[in-house]
Design a protein around this ligand. Structure first.
Ligand SMILES: *[C@@H]1O[C@H](CO)[C@@H](O)[C@H](O)[C@H]1NC(C)=O
Ligand SMILES: *[C@@H]1O[C@H](CO)[C@@H](O)[C@H](O)[C@H]1NC(C)=O
Ligand SMILES: *[C@@H]1O[C@H](CO)[C@@H](O)[C@H](O)[C@H]1NC(C)=O
Ligand SMILES: *[C@@H]1O[C@H](CO)[C@@H](O)[C@H](O)[C@H]1NC(C)=O
Ligand SMILES: [Fe+2]
Length: 463
């Protein structure tokens, strides 16, 4: 698009933003072509060369504070070795040996899935690691986070609903090429969309693992389960929800006192991240409810000022797709989010981008009729970032008028970055795939709710 056209869009956007009921409904014009999955023979799905070569390598945080990493990979021909050899610059090599798991799904049999936790790592250190055996080993690297502390700067990338289309590849490329360098990814669920295929063709889980490896092998992705991780299909005898996902992706749930890998927490630098499951029970007395009840009081904002929650199904979403699907969980948990002053909530599911102002809707008690979202400086900002580019395409049918609390919404593919500067400031940007790598399409300086609870709303006519 030419410079002139770009300014026109910008002007329209500003004009619209100033006079609509809510915030901005961006009028950015995008191609309407449907997203299609990259075929199996695409470059991004190529198998690494060599007999039994480790593939689909991915890492995630392996403990509560960032001194451990879970390394996972798949071997196809035979089990091979589950040992990870790792070392930091000029230091001796360490070894850790993990375990192999396999699973069957209808008529699909998985490769040998290896998970190995490496522990007692130094903070803030670059490590190299090697997996594989025989003649075929592969080497990767990652950097551990700085020690947990209140003013530690750290940059997260945020993606959701990625899938494996040409648009997914663009989203990942934009994340990689963004001059703002994410150090870890907060992933809000819906990975491979293998369930889009007949019998949930699980070789699409394998291809997704190979596609994402170029990022997941080098920095931790913090996993949230989405509905496309359920793979629940009684018609073909698959009645155990989350089977492929849980075999392939491990998280450090026991370290945060959780009893299930679908909800857990980690600390990383100056952030405390709570991951919730939209597709597990969360009503009163359920394990997830009980865990979260006990979890919030454990968060020490003097140690980790930034309290961030990840979930798949958004609570505040003004798109007509998946409208109000997150409502039951909101009813259960929102009072706690306000009480404990959660800074930010990231969700996916809706294939578009939306950012709310700080609002809550917790006054209602079934007889008082008080059921309107209200400006609330103790409440989080809700961000829907399900715009990774999967095969289901964009969700471009918004409810009208735009609600007052909705600060910015647009049906385009993209990703976000959160640059935590210190205990008071975090600079957030959303990037759309159709712009240049350095362009920030929506930006906000967020102020911490514990240390600097100053109004950071962006909609002029909102207050
Ligand atoms: C699974 O069954 C389907 C339908 O019968 C068939 O098309 C597919 O090739 C089978 N896959 C495997 C791995 O046997
Ligand atoms: C995916 O993106 C990468 C990086 O931009 C590029 O090298 C590759 O050719 C792309 N593959 C497909 C199938 O679009
Ligand atoms: C858009 O959403 C509205 C409200 O849910 C619905 O009535 C309408 O049919 C939708 N339009 C399209 C084109 O899907
Ligand atoms: C925190 O970061 C912001 C943004 O970079 C900066 O303006 C502010 O001075 C910093 N605060 C302290 C105490 O350094
Ligand atoms: Fe979803």
């Amino acid at each position: 698009m030419g410079v002139y056209a770009y300014f026109l869009v910008l002007l329209l956007t500003i004009y619209h933003g100033a006079f609509s009921n809510g915030g901005i409904t961006s009028s950015f014009v995008r191609k309407e072509a449907k997203s299609i999955d990259m075929p199996f023979h695409s470059d991004v799905f190529s198998h690494p060369p060599g007999y039994n070569a480790p593939q689909q390598v991915h890492i995630t945080q392996g403990d509560h504070v960032g001194r451990a990493v879970i390394v996972s990979w798949v071997t196809q021909d035979e089990p091979g070795s589950s040992t990870v050899v790792y070392w930091s610059q000029n230091n001796k090599k360490f070894k850790s040996t993990g375990r192999i798991t396999t699973y069957k799904y209808y008529n699909y049999t998985s490769g040998f899935i290896h998970h190995c936790k490496i522990k007692n790592l130094e903070f803030n250190t670059k490590y190299y690691y090697e997996v594989g055996s025989g003649g075929t080993t592969r080497r990767f690297w990652f950097t551990t986070p700085p020690p947990v502390g209140p003013d530690v700067p750290y940059t997260f990338g945020i993606m959701g609903d990625l899938g494996q289309t040409y648009d997914s590849n663009l989203t990942l490329t934009h994340y990689e090429m963004n001059p703002v360098k994410g150090q870890a990814v907060l992933f809000v669920g819906d990975l491979s969309y293998a369930d889009h295929y007949e019998f949930h063709d699980n070789s699409r889980w394998d291809s997704w693992g190979r596609f994402a490896e170029r990022s997941t092998a080098f920095q931790p992705w913090i996993w949230t389960a989405g509905n496309h991780e359920l793979d629940y299909e009684p018609s073909i005898g698959e009645t155990k929800p989350f089977k492929p996902f849980l075999h392939r992706y491990r998280v450090p749930f026991k370290e945060s006192g959780s009893t299930e890998p679908l909800w857990y927490s980690i600390k990383r630098a100056s952030a405390y991240i709570i991951v919730l499951s939209s597709y597990s029970a969360y009503g009163m007395y359920t394990p997830q409810y009980q865990w979260l009840l006990e979890e919030f009081p454990k968060v020490n904002r003097k140690e980790t000022p930034w309290l961030i929650v990840l979930m798949h199904s958004p609570w505040y979403n003004s798109n007509s797709y998946h409208y109000m699907e997150g409502e039951t969980m909101r009813v259960m948990f929102e009072p706690w989010f306000v009480q404990y002053k959660v800074d930010l909530v990231f969700a996916g599911h809706v294939h578009a981008y939306e950012r709310s102002e700080r609002i809550s809707n917790i006054a209602y008690n079934i007889v008082n009729g008080e059921c309107t979202p209200a400006h609330d400086q103790s409440a989080p900002v809700y961000i829907t970032i399900g715009d990774g580019g999967n095969i289901e395409g964009l969700a471009n049918n918004m409810t009208e008028p735009q609600p007052k609390y909705s600060a910015f919404r647009e049906a385009s593919f993209g990703h976000a970055t959160l640059e935590i500067k210190n205990r008071t400031h975090a600079y957030y940007s959303w990037h759309r795939n159709s712009d240049g790598y350095a362009v920030r399409a929506d930006t906000v300086m967020f102020y911490n709710r514990f240390w600097h609870p100053v109004d950071d709303s962006t909609t002029k006519n909102y207050q």
